[in-house]
Design a protein. Structure first.
Length: 270
């Protein structure tokens, strides 16, 4: 093989590889559109009279006959843009517990799963197709406390009711004192991380955890009796550029070294 052809072949193999390694990452997505939808599934009730309605919907309600009904509900949220990478929170759905005083013989909500589905759509710098929807399930437990005697949790004039979360793996307390759940995905050379927060979701005291049948240090929230209790969900997104694998770095180094060697040989012969 002629020397000139060898050097041309070497350059044709090395230069595209080096250029490809430098441009492996596409543009960072700086602005996203989003859609959040949530439903309650697998809801169960305690013993007692009455009905629990609304499984597989965004509202669960329970009560006795035509009397007062208690409920939990969650709203959807969407926007065409405004979720900024590295920016602040945007509001998701609002979780609401309508906490009415119910007859002692009536059943109550016991357990449920909250399934929240998020769809992200790149908006800037270039609009793109929506990413596949991502669903997260939160297993929850509820205790409707009696309103007589000593309260486990006091909130307002009566005893508060208690929600606890079954699995808080992958979550941590943020600077606002609320638990924040996170998940990550890779896209075009960047790792994006989503952080989801529910207002007032925090570590409960041992008496509250015990009353709810949860272990010490459980995570949850309390709701005032005979009131409508609203809890805002919100989320944010961050990104970091992905680091090339060690093997890729080694190949790039060999390629650049070979390119430099080819140039030095050419200079020596000229």
């Amino acid at each position: 093989m002629k020397s000139t052809f060898k050097k041309t072949l070497l350059a044709s193999l090395i230069v595209p590889f080096a250029m490809g390694a430098q441009t492996a990452s596409a543009d960072l997505i700086t602005d996203w559109g989003y859609s959040v939808s949530s439903i309650f599934t697998n809801a169960t009730a305690t013993s007692g009279t009455g009905t629990l309605d609304g499984n597989n919907s965004n509202t669960l309600s329970w009560g006795v006959g035509s009397g007062p009904q208690s409920s939990v509900s969650i709203t959807d949220a969407s926007a065409g843009s405004g979720l900024m990478t590295g920016g602040g929170y945007v509001n998701g759905g609002v979780f609401t517990h309508t906490n009415n005083v119910l007859p002692a013989q009536g059943l109550a909500l016991d357990t449920f799963d909250l399934v929240s589905t998020l769809t992200l759509t790149p908006f800037a710098p270039t609009p793109g197709d929506s990413l596949p929807a991502s669903a997260t399930t939160f297993q929850s437990f509820f205790i409707e406390t009696g309103n007589g005697g000593t309260c486990v949790e006091a909130a307002g004039p009566d005893c508060a009711d208690i929600f606890t979360i079954g699995d808080v793996t992958g979550s941590e307390l943020n600077e606002f004192g609320n638990f924040e759940f996170n998940s990550s995905f890779d896209l075009d050379g960047y790792t994006y991380t989503l952080f989801l927060e529910l207002a007032d979701l925090t570590t409960l005291g041992d008496p509250s955890c015990s009353a709810a049948g949860a272990p010490s240090g459980c995570v949850g929230l309390v709701t005032e009796e005979n009131a409508v209790n609203n809890f805002q969900t919100r989320f944010r997104i961050t990104a970091v550029e992905m680091v090339p694998e060690p093997g890729t770095l080694a190949l790039l180094g060999m390629g650049l070294a070979g390119l430099g060697l080819s140039r030095r040989r050419k200079a020596a012969k000229s």
